[in-house]
Design a protein around this ligand. Structure first.
Ligand code: ADP
Length: 437
């Protein structure tokens, strides 16, 4: 027997006992009247609270639970406890839901959810930009009414989603490439995931270009070399021709060697994630070394001057920095016709150390300048080859400078000459005896 029954029986028993007591003092009639009045009062009390409860259940207001005495107080209290527990559960589910939405919003990929009629139920901000949607405005719209690309419509209707679809983005980023994949779930619902693969595509095509370029660069000298070998094997050559052929073969072999050497340097630079170190270079010795090499290479064909701030130095990996600077000096000599001038300076520019090579050479047409540091990019292919270039020199320079947070600045005028300047950041620039500039 539960508490309600017990209480009802106890209160009826109490009423009967009280009525009997009243009957003993005032007679049966008064006792009956007393019992009826008490029953009416009890019934009124019950009806009053039933309608309060009814009103409460009809329009529940959280936290507002009436109070009462007796069994009704108990009922209200239990109801209050139940409502509190229910509210806490709802809050917990709401929090989980909002965390889940935040996580999907933070995802770098687009997420869109479709109902069983392919209408948009929800999408995150990335999917909005990928598809040019507006999450609020386009809610409940059929997705193919908004994403009308024929390849997308075909893909969605095909019901074969094992492979992803590659398509152009919509909205503001029409030049971007997307990968789109549909994942069916639940009862005919769909989850669409999108990813911007523009950068991936670009690096992939760069990798393909690079492999094609390397193969091409190596194939040319290899073909020439095989040609010479065949000639030597098949033709009777006199000593002079033989020596000439061997000399030309040697040239081709050294061209291949240089390419492989530069490729290895590049690969090492790209693969080296360690910072380049911060040893202070002896720039006086470096400048002397660069000057000697320049004079040797030029062999008197150019007027060469070197000017440097003797106190100025830079922190970094010596071999890397020297190879980058030497590359710029060598290029100036190679691309400056005989009789031209080459001026090399090492000086302060505010708090930065700047290495600059100015030549009066061929110059570079403006449209080529942004591409000079690409691997194998050459303005004049035959001139580069004739002077022993691999097309990788400035790519190496770029990597070395990037590692040292330095910048390369190229100014050039076709037919008048070029200036290549390297600006080291203030943190790497120093005066001798480690005094910062
Ligand atoms: P390369 O081995 O061909 O010299 P680089 O990467 O060093 O390769 O240079 C890329 C291209 O930039 C060169 O082929 C050349 O066309 C151009 N270039 C570099 N330095 C100079 C310069 N001082 N004057 C004119 N053109 C230059």
């Amino acid at each position: 027997m539960n508490i309600i029954w017990t209480r009802s029986i106890v209160s009826l028993a109490l009423l009967a006992a009280l009525s009997a007591l009243v009957g003993a003092f005032f007679g049966v009639r008064i006792a009956l009247a007393f019992a009826v009045v008490m029953l009416v009062v009890q019934s009124f009390f019950g009806t009053y609270h039933t309608q309060r409860l009814w009103r409460l259940l009809d329009a529940p207001v959280y936290g507002e639970v009436p109070s009462a005495l007796g069994i009704w107080g108990e009922i209200y209290y239990r109801l209050h406890k139940l409502a509190k527990r229910w509210h806490a559960q709802v809050r917990q589910v709401e929090q989980q839901h909002s965390r889940f939405i935040q996580a999907i919003q933070a995802s770098p990929n687009g997420v869109a959810m479709l109902d069983d009629h392919d209408q948009i139920e929800w999408c995150n901000a990335i999917a909005e930009t990928h598809f040019g949607l507006d999450a609020k405005r386009d809610l409940r719209q059929h997705i193919t009414h908004l994403v009308r690309r024929p390849e997308f419509v075909r893909y969605l209707n095909s019901h074969h989603y094992e492979e992803m679809l590659i398509m152009r983005a919509m909205g503001m980023n029409r030049r971007h490439t997307l990968s789109v994949q549909v994942f069916p779930y639940g009862d005919n619902r769909k989850l669409i995931l999108t990813q911007d693969i523009t950068e991936l595509e670009r690096t992939d095509s760069m990798r393909r270009d690079f492999v094609a370029n390397v193969s091409h660069e190596l194939k040319t000298p290899l073909t020439v070399l095989s040609g010479f070998l065949e000639t030597m094997r098949e033709l009777p050559l006199d000593e002079a021709d033989r020596a000439r052929y061997l000399e030309m073969m040697d040239q081709q072999a050294s061209r291949m060697r240089n390419i492989v050497r530069d490729l290895l340097v590049l690969a090492n630079l790209e693969g080296d994630m360690r910072p380049p170190g911060d040893e202070l270079l002896d720039m006086r010795a470096v400048m002397r070394h660069l000057e000697d090499d320049a004079i040797n290479l030029s062999a008197g064909r150019h007027r060469i001057t070197f000017n440097s701030d003797e106190a100025l130095t830079v922190a970094g990996a010596e071999t890397e920095i020297v190879s980058a600077l030497a590359n710029l000096v060598t290029n100036a000599i190679r691309y400056t016709p005989d009789g031209g001038t080459i001026d090399v300076t090492w000086q302060r520019e505010q708090d930065r150390a700047v290495f600059s090579v100015r030549d009066s050479g061929l110059g570079i047409p403006a449209e080529h300048i942004p591409r000079l540091t690409e691997r194998f990019y050459r303005v004049d292919r035959s001139r580069s080859r004739d002077t022993g270039g691999t097309g990788l020199g400035l790519a190496i320079v770029k990597h070395v400078l990037q590692r040292h947070h330095a910048e390369l600045d190229v100014k050039s005028e076709e037919g008048r000459g070029s200036t290549f300047s390297v600006r080291f950041p203030a943190v790497r620039s120093a005066l001798r005896k480690s005094v910062a500039v």
